[in-house]
Design a protein around this ligand. Structure first.
Ligand code: C5P
Length: 385
C-alpha cells in the first residue's frame, strides 16, 4: 500500500491559516545517480541512499525542478495579470475497480504529464463585472464553454470561497494546447492553471498542499494537473505518489473528430463488467519498473487501460487508429484516459514521424501531435506589472 496521501485531509480554514506560518515539512524528493528524479516509489523498488523518505512529499517540493514552493503570505499581489501553464496527461496504466457508493471508481493509475499545455491568464476585472472568460484561443477553442460550465469559472469561485473573498471580478483568457473532451485532462489543466494563476494574483495565500485539496473538489484529475511529472494515483486518482522516471519518453497523440463523455465511458465500463467480480485495482510493477529503467520498449508492452474497451465500444473506429500506429512501428498504443484520443509510445523522433504520418492519414483523426513526457505540473510562467 502506498503511504502518500495527497492532498492532505481537510482542516478548518482557521487551522489552514495558522499553518501558513509553519515550516515546510521535510522534503523527500531526491535525484539518484542515474539521472532519474523522484521519490521513493510506491512498490518494493530500490530505496534511495539514506533510506526512504520520512514523510511522503506533497506537491511543492522541487521535484523535477518543476514545482516551486509558493511562499505563503497575505499581501495582495501587485501583478496586473498572471499567466500559468499546466500540462495534458496520458494514463500509462489505468486500472479501474467496481463503482463506489459515491459514484466514483477506485483507480490504480499511472499519470504521465506531456508537453502539450493549457495556458490561463487572469487579471482583475472592474468591480461588479464577475468572472469573464473573454478570450479562448488555440486547439478547438470554439468548443470551450465561456460560462459556469468551464472549470476555470468554478476554480475562481471555489478559490474565492476558500479565501473568504467576495465573489471574484476577474478576466480570464485561455490558450489551448490540449484537446477538448479528449481523455487528456485538458479541462483539468485549465482548472489547475487557473488555481495557480489566481492564487498568485491574490498574493499566494495558499501553498501547494492547500491548492491540491481545493483542486480535488473541482475534478478527479485536477490534483495531478497541479503536480505534473509521472505519478501513481490511487483513490479517485487523487492519492498521488510521484514516481521515479529515467529520461523522457516520446509520444504521438491522435485526436478524434468528436469527443467522448467521461461519465459515459465509465458507465459503459460498469455495463461491461456487470455480473463479474472486479478486482481491486493494483499498481502494475511492470509499468513502474519500465519507467525507472527508462525503457520505452518495456513500457510499450506494459501500457494498460481498463477504459479502452468501453471507449472502443462507444467509438469502434478507434480500433483502426490503434492498429495504424502499431503497424507504423509504435512500441505501444493505448486510448488516453477515457478517450477518444489515442496515444502511441515511440522510440525516438524518427519513430514519431512515421507514426505521425500514418495516423494523420486516417479519416477519423482530427489532428496529430508529437510530444514528450514527463512535463512539469501547473506553474506561473508570466506576470505583468
Ligand atoms: O472528477 P470528475 O468530475 O472529473 O469526474 C467526471 C466523472 O467521471 C464522474 O462524475 C464519474 O462519472 C467519472 N469518474 C469515475 N471515477 C473516477 C473518476 C471519474 O467514475 N475515479
Amino acid at each position: 500500500m502506498v503511504g502518500t496521501v495527497w492532498p492532505p485531509p481537510k482542516v478548518s480554514k482557521r487551522a489552514d491559516r495558522a499553518r501558513l506560518t509553519r515550516v515546510a515539512p521535510a522534503t523527500v524528493a531526491y535525484r539518484c545517480p542515474t539521472g532519474a528524479v523522484g521519490q521513493r516509489p510506491a512498490l518494493a523498488l530500490p530505496v534511495p541512499r539514506g533510506g526512504p523518505p520520512a514523510r511522503p512529499r506533497p506537491l511543492g517540493a522541487p521535484l523535477d525542478g518543476i514545482a516551486p514552493k509558493v511562499t505563503a503570505n497575505y499581501s495582495e499581489s501587485v501583478s496586473a495579470s498572471v499567466t500559468a501553464r499546466a500540462p495534458g496527461k496520458v494514463n500509462i496504466q489505468l486500472s479501474v475497480g467496481a463503482v463506489r457508493d459515491d459514484g466514483f471508481h477506485p483507480l490504480a493509475s499511472v499519470f504521465h504529464a506531456v508537453a502539450m499545455h493549457e495556458e490561463v491568464t487572469v487579471a482583475a476585472g472592474p468591480a461588479g463585472s464577475g468572472i469573464v472568460i473573454d478570450g479562448v484561443s488555440g486547439l478547438q477553442a470554439d468548443e470551450v464553454p465561456r460560462d459556469s460550465g468551464n472549470l476555470v469559472w468554478r476554480a475562481a469561485e471555489r478559490l474565492a470561497a476558500e479565501l473568504d473573498r467576495p465573489a471574484p471580478d476577474v478576466r480570464v483568457s485561455i490558450a489551448k494546447g490540449v484537446p477538448v473532451a479528449g481523455g487528456m485532462a485538458g479541462g483539468s489543466a485549465d482548472c489547475a492553471a487557473a488555481l495557480v494563476a489566481l492564487n498568485d494574483l491574490w498574493g499566494a495565500p495558499l501553498d501547494r498542499d492547500d491548492l491540491a485539496r481545493v483542486a480535488l473538489d473541482l475534478g478527479s484529475d485536477v490534483p495531478f494537473s497541479l503536480l505534473g511529472g509521472t505519478a501513481l494515483g490511487l483513490g479517485r486518482g487523487e492519492l498521488l505518489s510521484p514516481l521515479m522516471v529515467r529520461g523522457s519518453f516520446h509520444w504521438v497523440f491522435a485526436t478524434a473528430t468528436r469527443g467522448l463523455s467521461t461519465p459515459a465511458v465509465y458507465g459503459t465500463f460498469d455495463r461491461l463488467v456487470e455480473g463479474r467480480i472486479v478486482p481491486e485495482p493494483q499498481p502494475d510493477e511492470a509499468v513502474i519498473a519500465a519507467l525507472i529503467a527508462g525503457d520505452p520498449r518495456a513500457l510499450g508492452h506494459a501500457l494498460h487501460n481498463d477504459l479502452q474497451e468501453p471507449a472502443l465500444t462507444l467509438r469502434p473506429t478507434l480500433r483502426d487508429v490503434l492498429e495504424a500506429g502499431l503497424a507504423a512501428g509504435a512500441l505501444g498504443a493505448i486510448v488516453s484516459g477515457s478517450g477518444p484520443t489515442v496515444a502511441f509510445l515511440v522510440a525516438d523522433p524518427p519513430g514519431a514521424a512515421r507514426v505521425h504520418s500514418a495516423a494523420a492519414g486516417l479519416e477519423q483523426v482530427r489532428a496529430v501531435f508529437s510530444t514528450t513526457g514527463a512535463a512539469p505540473g501547473a506553474r506561473v510562467v508570466g506576470r505583468t506589472a
